[in-house]
Design a protein around this ligand. Structure first.
Ligand SMILES: [Zn+2]
Length: 484
């Protein structure tokens, strides 16, 4: 069998069909659950999420975040305390209460709110714990699900009503310390996303699109084959907006009282999983970066008439050599042809295949076949473990490089509104010169028929062109595209 050239046309031409098909075939998720916006995570999808969760939590805890778990429900009263916050979220909250079972049942109690995010659940507790500068900084995190009554069309993993994520919340003694934590949070998220080979832009959102109750918001927008960017993580500087309404006050070192400076940041597990599938996948299905792959290596014996026993025996030996340290599967099903097995595991995203046939037995070698490039090459068995480790590393690197290339191809400079609108239509992320006025940014939204995602946070991009809207001197560049 010759190697194939990985083709990835399907996901660009018919993204929804391709994605839905991959979710089921690769055992990632099943979106046929009979409640709109709720899905079942299958073994492979949940495996990836669990790996990512552990890595993220490890990094957060190294940075001093304490793992905690807070209740799912908030009182309507607490939820309503921060004016901007409730304005931003009121349209999408789930409310719960006791099910009424009879006509004579007492008056219905005030419903509780299912957390759409946990500020209003955590901060009343912060107010109890924080009274002195020595109580700060306080950094906590939890992995949980949040609930948002999504009214637009839902899409598995991208736009769902039950969202598995990690949220971190911090309180600091000064604006400066809070700012420093913004940078640390960005670095932590960047690290996890980079390890997954996901390509993204870190953008500071325009003020009209910041998190409800925040001073400013920073977001990670990952590219998607259909041209709609996928916001996978956000970091919000809350200033003292919440500490004022929840009474989070501390005694300063030098005397006097001050409101705590707060941040919150969230990392969406399902959207990150979607980005892994959408950015790395090809016509056959997903290609999992090795460190999160449910199965990293599959060993496929290629039996030859009369020499079956020998080949199976050898395959078992190869499997035994790889088992410590790698997630490996031996596919020794006898009623399935090797070609069918290749296809089966390729469609499940296994990054590396080891083939063993009679010639390999004779040569004391194996053939390695890469899922990402289709390349095949022979490796002596005494070098097996080192070679496999090297190839897996190389697969991770090349997935990441390919994805970064794709992102840079997807970004285009639009010198005029007409050209911008045309590029949005083609699924591009448009970079446009901007004078800095909110009015111009807002008008871009309607004239380009897309979302204004913001300007670069990690790169200081100075514009030397006129603002695309008003023509006055540009300050920086705004990124505009369709979005999930
Ligand atoms: Zn302007």
């Amino acid at each position: 069998m010759g190697g194939f050239i990985a083709k990835e046309s399907e996901k660009f031409e018919r993204f929804s069909d391709w994605f839905d098909n991959v979710l089921l075939t690769a055992r990632i998720a099943d979106n046929r659950y009979p409640v709109k916006g709720f899905i079942v995570y299958l073994e492979n999808g949940w495996f990836v999420i669990e790996r990512v969760r552990r890595r993220l939590e490890e990094l957060l805890e190294e940075d001093g975040h304490l793992p905690m778990y807070y209740p799912l429900v908030a009182t309507l009263e607490n939820f309503s305390r921060e004016a901007e916050h409730i304005k931003g979220f009121m349209g999408e909250v789930f409310a719960v209460g006791k099910l009424r079972t009879g006509e004579n049942e007492a008056q219905q109690e005030t419903p509780l709110i299912l957390r759409p995010t946990s500020e209003t659940i955590m901060y009343p507790m912060f107010a109890l714990w924080i009274s002195n500068h020595s109580d700060l900084p306080l950094k906590v995190h939890q992995s949980c699900a949040v609930y948002r009554y999504e009214t637009k069309a839902t899409r598995a993993l991208y736009r769902v009503r039950e969202i598995p994520w990690n949220e971190a919340h911090t309180a600091h003694a000064s604006r400066g310390e809070a700012e420093e934590q913004v940078r640390k949070a960005v670095e932590i998220y960047r690290k996890v996303l980079d390890e997954l080979g996901i390509a993204y832009l870190i953008l500071r959102r325009p003020d009209f699109d910041k998190f409800a109750g925040a001073e400013y918001s920073i977001a990670f927008d990952a590219w998607n084959p259909d041209g709609k960017v996928n916001q996978v993580a956000t970091v919000h500087n809350l200033g003292t907006n919440f500490s004022r309404v929840f009474g989070i006050v501390f005694e300063k070192r030098e005397g006097g009282k001050e409101y705590a400076w707060q941040l919150c940041y969230g990392f969406g597990y399902s959207r990150v999983l979607a980005a892994v599938i959408a950015q790395h996948g090809d016509d056959l299905g997903p290609i999992f970066p090795p460190w999160v792959a449910p199965i990293q290596i599959v060993v496929v014996p290629i039996p030859y008439k009369g020499r079956e026993a020998e080949v199976y025996e050898y395959a078992k030996r190869v499997y035994g050599l790889l088992r410590p340290g790698f997630r490996v599967r031996l596919d020794d099903r006898e009623d399935v042809t090797p070609g069918e097995k290749y296809y089966y595991w390729e469609r499940r995203g296994v990054p590396l295949r080891v083939e063993v046939g009679p010639r390999d037995v004779e040569k004391s070698a194996v053939v390695l076949a890469r899922r990402d490039t289709g390349e095949k090459f022979s490796v002596p068995i005494e070098m097996l473990r080192e070679e496999v480790a090297k190839v897996l590393e190389d697969i991770a690197r090349s997935l990441s490089e390919r994805s970064k290339r794709r992102l840079s191809e997807q970004i285009v400079d639009a010198p005029s509104l007409e050209e911008g609108a045309r590029n949005v239509e083609l699924g591009k992320i448009c970079r446009v010169s901007w004078c800095g006025s909110e009015e111009c940014a807002l008008s871009l939204k309607s004239s380009l028929g897309a979302e204004v995602r913001g300007y670069r946070y990690d790169v200081d991009e100075k514009s030397d062109r006129p603002c695309i809207v008003c023509g006055s001197p540009g300050k920086t560049y705004l990124y505009v595209s369709r979005a999930y």
